[in-house]
Design a protein around this ligand. Structure first.
Ligand code: ADP
Length: 374
């Protein structure tokens, strides 16, 4: 309705056409059936960046990205407007300086008195700020949903795995009571008491691991951490394991990064200890290296250990998840879940590439910070 009046009034140069011309919050364009721009208000100039004389005579397709042009988006909007009288759309459009804005667009057919289409009015609102706020909100909602799912899984796994030593404690306490009520054999009692003691210790270690997990990233602030010195320290801290295994470290140059020192130490300690623990080679080797990429630093901890089957590579980062029983390799299945959380605390990620029987490479990627020293 407005556009019909607008078109008629433009030739009359009356107040309404002047008013439309002066509107700044809406880009209002009149274009012919081929999409050639015939008139243009101040709002259009403000939102899209062209002066009227630069744009009049050009095609409105200029405002679309290469991707949208490839998808023939302007053509389908015109087609829809011709078919139904109007087309409404929201999407990224291109300004004169090539920056993008989020436009809410209504294209309406303009008819002459005989009902023939003589062109289109196109009214655009710049909703970039709203779009950014919506995107941010969506990102927060997705993050919270993902965190909630992780928490649910975490709680399930934690309670499930804590049940196991508790069951053992219960069972053997019942045996103890039964035996004490009958003619008991002392050796049996000692063994039951040992089972109870081992399970209580295990339970206490698991709870300790859980507490550590929840404390990660809480006690410190980011500071410059010399990763090479950190790995050297970790290696000397585990010197017992190193000499028992006759292991070798191949330490490449590592940068200084901005991060939580204690947590980064826990991360390397877990990855390096695992590289030796899950290793049956006569000469276990661990290579620690770093590669500077465009937007990140990629650390790699490579071993010549037992490797991991493809189907298991994602499972191992879940808390308490282990691929072997405790008689084969001791542990609690906590280390890698800590490492994953530490990577995420640094806005980075952790993953593994591995081949069963050949060895594994654990990758830890950190976004590049201006404070990193390479
Ligand atoms: P833990 O070492 O206490 O078992 P982790 O969370 O550190 O717990 O590791 C989970 C599981 O991932 C291990 O039990 C093991 O099966 C597998 N794993 C971890 N690191 C390696 C490695 N370097 N090579 C082969 N398997 C590994």
């Amino acid at each position: 309705m407005i556009t019909r009046i607008y078109y008629h009034m433009i030739s009359n140069k009356d107040y309404l056409s002047k008013a439309i011309h002066d509107i700044e919050d809406y880009a209002i364009i009149f274009m012919n059936p081929d999409g050639i721009i015939l008139d243009w208000n101040l709002g259009a100039q403000r939102i899209k960046g062209y002066e009227a004389q630069e744009i009049i005579g050009q095609n409105f397709r200029k405002f679309y990205s290469q991707e949208d042009l490839g998808l023939k988006k302007p053509d389908s909007l015109i087609e829809l407007a011709l078919k139904t009288g109007k087309a409404i759309d929201e999407g990224w459009r291109v300004r004169k300086d090539k920056s993008l804005f989020w436009g809410s667009i209504t294209i309406t057919c303009v008819h002459d008195d005989s009902g023939k289409v003589i062109g289109f009015s196109k009214v655009t609102r710049d909703l970039t700020e709203r779009k950014k706020a919506d995107d941010l909100k969506e990102k927060f909602i997705n993050d919270i949903t993902r965190k909630n799912k992780e928490l649910e899984q975490f709680t399930y796994l934690a309670s499930h795995d804590l049940q196991e030593p508790l069951r053992t404690i219960n069972t053997f306490t019942e045996y103890l009571i039964d035996e004490l009520q009958s003619d008991f054999v002392k050796e049996d009692l000692i063994q039951y008491a040992e089972f109870i003691s081992t399970s209580s210790k295990r339970m206490s270690d698991l709870v300790h691991g859980l507490l550590e997990y929840s404390r990660l990233g809480k006690s410190e602030t980011f500071k410059s951490v010399d990763m090479e010195a950190l790995v050297e320290n970790v290696w000397s801290d585990i010197s017992n394991l190193v000499s028992r295994k006759k292991a070798q470290l191949d330490l490449k140059p590592l940068p200084k990064v901005n991060g939580y020192e204690t947590e980064l130490r826990i991360l390397f300690q877990n990855l390096i200890t695992n590289a030796l623990k899950f290793n049956i080679s006569d000469s276990p080797k661990v290579e620690v290296s770093a590669l500077k990429q465009t937007e990140s630093i990629l650390f790699a901890v490579k071993d010549n250990g037992i490797g991991i089957e493809k189907k298991d590579v994602n499972k191992i980062f879940q808390i308490f998840k282990r691929l072997h029983n405790r008689n084969e390799y001791e542990g609690y299945g906590i280390g890698l879940s800590h490492c994953k959380k530490i990577a995420e605390l640094h806005h980075g990620r952790l993953w593994v590439e591995s081949e069963a029987g050949k060895g594994s490479i654990f990758f830890f990627e950190l976004p590049l910070s201006i404070k990193d020293e390479y």
